[in-house]
Design a protein around this ligand. Structure first.
Ligand code: B1M
Length: 215
């Protein structure tokens, strides 16, 4: 297979052997971020489709995810970074009951490479931990990620908790993850939230939302 096709296939096959050499080769002609967005994510998309249709079993999905993580970790130092740090602080977490963190970690990379501090709490985070971190770090915004359909309800409950605690106006919230839609977040959820909640379709939109919050 040609190099970039091979990288995509490595994600699908969960095959890390020779991965680093291929990535280094690809970096000669293509920016690190484009390799992630165009080639590696295309592989992950196929994995999702195969898994969703019952043609791939979970252990293989896990292997693909591991290769994806290894690849992103290798590419990360090659990504462009803004000089100015300290533009603002984002507390970021995958919500309670959800282990998916590849997308969240991409958001961390993109947002922190562009001058923000990101407090990345990890996966399966209860709302109490998210609020505590936001208060302790004097966050400018809260970001929640979740890929499961049930996580969309957890996010809704988390927003209600922010309402109850009187913190909704203090923290703008951004939500991302494959099970969400823009209209669900910006219409349905916004309606019941006392503050402002926005949807980010990808990590770049997450960055733009941070820029808007700090403007
Ligand atoms: Co899971 N899984 N999984 N899985 N998994 C999905 C989400 C699923 C859609 C697959 C499918 O059926 N087609 C399905 C959910 C179905 C549903 O809820 N209706 C599913 C399922 C069912 C499950 C389990 C329940 C399976 C089981 O145990 N029987 C289980 C759940 C465990 C749990 O959470 N409690 C499970 C487990 C796993 C693995 C552990 C094997 C692995 C995760 C490994 C890891 O993350 N460390 C995994 C994977 C890899 C997937 C798929 C295949 C790929 C997800 C991914 O990493 N995509 C996924 C299929 C899919 O999404 N199509 C699937 C790449 C990533 C970059 O994209 O996270 O969407 P994404 O992030 C994007 C945007 O969404 C956005 O930016 C990123 C791009 O720039 N974004 C944000 C995300 N968060 C954001 C936050 C922001 C802003 C933007 O601001 C805060």
């Amino acid at each position: 297979l040609p190099l970039l096709e091979r990288l995509k296939q490595r994600i699908i096959d969960g095959n890390a052997k020779g991965l680093v050499d291929d990535l280094d080769e690809a970096l000669k002609d293509k920016p690190a971020l484009d390799i992630v967005n165009e080639d590696l994510l295309a592989g992950m998309q196929v994995v999702g489709d195969l898994f969703g249709s019952g043609r791939m079993q979970l252990p293989f999905v896990l292997q693909s995810a591991e290769v994806m993580k290894t690849a992103v970790a290798h590419l990360e130092p090659h990504m462009e970074k803004a000089d100015a740090a300290g533009k603002g602080t984002l507390v970021l977490a995958t919500v309670k009951g959800d282990v998916h963190d590849i997308g969240k970690n991409l958001v961390d990379i993109i947002v922190s490479n562009n001058g923000y501090s990101v407090v990345n709490l990890g996966i399966k985070q209860p709302v109490q931990a998210i609020i505590e971190a936001a208060e302790n770090h004097r966050a400018d915004a809260i970001g929640m990620s979740g890929l499961l359909v049930k996580s969309t309800m957890v996010m809704r409950d988390n927003l209600l908790e922010l309402n109850d605690k009187g913190l909704a106006r203090r923290y703008p919230v951004m939500l991302g993850g494959a099970a969400l839609t823009r209209s669900f977040v910006e219409h349905d959820l916004n309606e019941m939230f006392d503050g402002e909640v926005r949807y980010a379709k990808d990590a770049f939109e997450g960055l733009h939302l941070m820029d808007a919050v700090m403007a």
